[in-house]
Design a protein around this ligand. Structure first.
Ligand SMILES: [Zn+2]
Length: 89
């Protein structure tokens, strides 16, 4: 058995294996563009090349929710409040 902590169902074990793979993979750094970002702790990722530190997902560098948040911040999302509503206050 791969891990004594994961039991009760093959789908769970398969999911755990996928998570472990993502956790150990290297990711592209947004700062220097090199594939050198490694997970250093839960949700914390650091580029080994330029030492930039990122807040990411617990087990993967980028999550769907994180991408949505970045889009909302940069103003490209449809979720952004209309200007008229902001000026009314
Ligand atoms: Zn970097």
């Amino acid at each position: 058995m791969a891990s004594p902590r994961i039991r009760y169902g093959v789908s769970l074990r398969k999911r755990y294996a996928a998570v472990q793979k993502d956790k150990r993979a290297r990711y592209m750094c947004d700062v220097c563009g090199k594939e050198a970002v490694r997970r250093i702790s839960t949700g914390i990722w650091r580029c080994r090349h330029c030492s930039a530190t990122f807040a990411g997902g617990a087990y993967t560098f980028k999550t769907a929710a994180g991408e949505a948040a970045i889009q909302a911040i940069s103003g490209k999302s449809a979720m952004q409040k209309p200007q008229a509503q902001a000026q009314a206050r």
